[in-house]
Design a protein. Structure first.
Length: 284
């Protein structure tokens, strides 16, 4: 098991590998991340994919989980470009499972979306992910390596909740103006990753979501209530355009409901937390 970008999800994935007595390698960019990862009994590689390539033969015939985010700007994933370019030295993996984003579908006006929906990324963060998907498909065609793409909904879990935002009382749009959003618990996403590596059809795309869309206002209110914090003040969508960050506005500008049937049926995933009713209390 070779995990590129061994952060929040990667560390959980590594623990599953350890529990199964599988050798695990985790790749991180910074010394601080390497120090955190070194607490787990796995091999740790510190490598900035923007500047360097992985060690020789480190990825040969490996099952690679690529979890590293793209760069913060632009429309190309240059980290993916360097990673794939370096495989001639580090060795061609047996299979790559790539964590993309459902943002590649763009704004679907609240419609239900399955994997047959054409990609239509409308913001740069999604365009970078779409670029990475295209690079990986070209790698698959060129080398014969296997590829599975997971288009992942918003991730939540212990330590990954908007508590700081709630404490600052940053406003949120009223529920009537809030778009449809989709979520998946971190532990369920780890299970999806493992099933994708073991059972996913080569070349396939799977939506990774709990299949129960909600809206952002309801999510923040639920977290606030469970944490014993005040609910965020509500503002109109017009006010939000003046008061909220461009990053959050980009999420509020897109609405879709994800169909996860292929994930459940083809990968055989049984979600531990199929709704926020089960998932959020478990975070506390």
């Amino acid at each position: 098991m070779f995990i590129v970008g061994c952060g929040y999800i990667g560390r959980r994935l590594a623990r599953r590998g350890e529990a199964a007595d599988r050798p695990v390698t985790g790749v991180v960019c910074s010394a601080a991340s390497a120090a955190v990862l070194a607490r787990q009994p796995i091999r740790v590689l510190q490598c900035d994919l923007e500047k360097a390539q992985l060690p020789a033969d480190s990825t040969a015939r490996e099952a690679v989980f690529y979890l590293a985010p793209p760069p913060a700007g632009g429309v190309r994933d240059t980290r993916m470009q360097r990673f794939l370019g370096g495989l001639s030295a580090s060795g061609q993996p047996r299979r790559i499972v790539y964590l993309s984003t459902t943002g590649v579908y763009g704004d679907c006006h609240g419609e239900w979306v399955d994997e047959t929906r054409p990609a239509n990324p409308q913001v740069d963060r999604a365009r970078r992910r779409w670029d990475a998907e295209q690079q990986l498909r070209a790698w698959r065609e060129r080398t014969g390596g296997e590829l599975v793409i997971l288009r992942v909904a918003g991730i939540y879990g212990p330590g990954k909740l908007p508590l700081a935002r709630l404490r600052k009382q940053v406003p949120m749009v009223a529920e009537a103006d809030a778009p449809w959003t989709n979520r998946i618990h971190a532990d369920d996403l780890v299970e999806v990753c493992l099933r994708a590596m073991e059972r996913g059809a080569d070349g396939a795309v799977y939506n990774a979501s709990d299949g129960h869309p909600g809206n952002m206002s309801d999510y923040f209110n639920r977290v606030a209530d469970l944490a014993g914090l005040p609910r965020p003040p509500l503002i109109s969508l017009q006010q939000a355009r003046a008061e909220l960050s461009s990053g959050l506005l980009s999420y509020l500008g897109e609405s879709r409901r994800l169909d996860n049937r292929r994930m459940r049926e083809e990968l055989g995933v049984r979600l531990r937390y199929p709704t926020l009713d089960e998932g959020l209390p478990a975070c506390f």
